[in-house]
Design a binder for this molecule. Structure first.
Ligand code: DI6
Ligand code: FE
Length: 401
């Protein structure tokens, strides 16, 4: 059953550029792209359906490659405190921060967590996100990490989206392991991760490498376990201080290292050599009122792929619009709209290891795309939030939103 999508322009995003085809058409067959090109070159064939896109600009479905969308409660009261002058690190040290979300998440049932997460993820879907990565990391024990990961799988079963689940058990130290961070890492490596993986709940492993979380040596221990389980690796690195986490991630061929405000030139070189994607998170940068920028010139110079993501989480980036994050990433980190769009399509696909199937529009790839009612693709980055008119197509089917 082939469908013809006609009367559009297409930004295929191949090679990290618009790589536009004007006056284009696309043929989908089931979940995949069967043919793409100019309308003039469309081969004669029989179509079960012809869809007129009325001159829209078509891009790949957006990919939000770093989110913590599943959590109990929220931290608006902490937000208020921070604006009265208390820092994120001080709040964390006094039992607030991640620990307060851990309490709320442990108290919530699977059903409650699913209901609240679905509301947030639907906002992203409506914004044009068809692929999302979601991390655990607010359970911090087997039962509660499992609960979060199961909710992530249920989101995949409920919404027309591709959902990747990442185990972030090494996000913070649970109260049960106070002053015993090495023992907690051992527990993750020997018990939690192998079990959760065996249950089919884990697509990748992540950790928070930071002075207020886990050291590079502890993260390396976790990476070794992930490697032995054949699980891809990601890392929160260099967000608040320079510990060399991004170099460590590169040494272990991580898919991505994320945040990166404090990374050094040596880290950049290591990531470039390993092909590890740099995931920048403008929401967290903005919400924490950071002043230290990631080394953008150096990242460009060394040819590191740059992805952008919402980092949707209750503490540092309560972001419900990826497009708003794109504008902020573009403005704050001086990425052109074209680079920004690459950051949420092809480069984000690399950050999830999905580059063979997602992230660009080409024959054989999955038919996830957005038909935007705009004059030029830069408009997707230009507007600050709002509801940009669009049609969302996932796996070859138009979604009603
Ligand atoms: N870095 C972040 O920005 C989030 N996690 C992390 O490792 C913050 C998570 C939170 O504050 O709840
Ligand atoms: Fe994060």
């Amino acid at each position: 059953m082939k469908k013809l999508w006609k009367n559009c322009h297409i930004a295929t995003m191949q090679n990290g550029q618009y790589s536009s085809i004007e006056h284009a058409a696309m043929v989908t067959s089931g979940q995949h792209i069967h043919w793409i090109g100019t309308f003039e070159d469309l081969p004669a064939d029989a179509y079960s359906e012809t869809i007129d896109l009325n001159g829209a600009w078509v891009t790949p479905g957006l990919i939000d490659c770093h989110t913590h969308s599943v959590f109990g409660g929220n931290r608006s009261v902490e937000f208020e405190k921070r604006l009265q002058g208390v820092s994120y690190a001080e709040i964390a040290a006094s039992g607030g921060g991640i620990a307060s979300t851990v309490r709320a998440t442990r108290e919530a049932s699977e059903e409650q967590l699913l209901a609240s997460a679905l509301k947030r993820v639907r906002c992203l879907l409506k914004d044009g996100v068809t692929t999302i990565e979601i991390k655990s990391g607010y359970g911090l024990d087997y039962v509660n990490e499992r609960k979060m990961l199961r909710v992530i799988r249920q989101i995949a079963d409920t919404l027309p989206m591709t959902v990747r689940s990442t185990c972030l058990a090494a996000h913070a130290l649970p109260p049960e392991y106070k002053d015993q961070s090495d023992a907690y890492i051992e527990h993750i490596c020997n018990e939690m991760l192998p079990k959760l993986h065996q249950e089919g709940l884990v697509d990748a492993v992540d950790a928070f490498c930071e002075y207020l979380a886990f050291s590079p040596a502890q993260v390396e221990r976790l990476f070794k376990t992930a490697q032995s389980l054949n699980l891809p690796i990601k890392l929160h690195a260099e967000q608040l201080s320079a510990l060399g986490g991004s170099s460590l991630a590169a040494r272990y061929q991580a898919l991505s290292a994320d945040h990166l405000e404090f990374m050094t030139e040596d880290d950049v070189k290591a990531m470039a050599a390993a092909g590890t994607v740099a995931v920048l998170l403008p929401g967290a940068f903005y919400f924490l009122r950071e002043t230290k920028y990631p080394p953008l010139d150096s990242l460009h110079q060394h040819g590191v792929r740059i992805a952008l993501s919402s980092d949707l989480n209750p503490g540092t980036s309560p972001a419900l619009s990826l497009r708003l994050m794109m504008n902020m990433g573009s403005t704050l980190f001086r990425l052109t709209p074209e680079q920004t769009l690459a950051g949420v399509t092809t480069h984000a696909a690399y950050a999830l290891g999905l580059q063979e199937t997602h992230g660009t529009l080409e024959t054989g790839k999955v038919a996830d795309f957005i038909a935007w009612d705009i004059e030029h693709p830069s408009e997707i980055v230009y507007w600050l939030g709002g509801d940009l008119p669009k049609r969302i197509i996932q796996h070859g089917n138009e979604i009603s939103i």
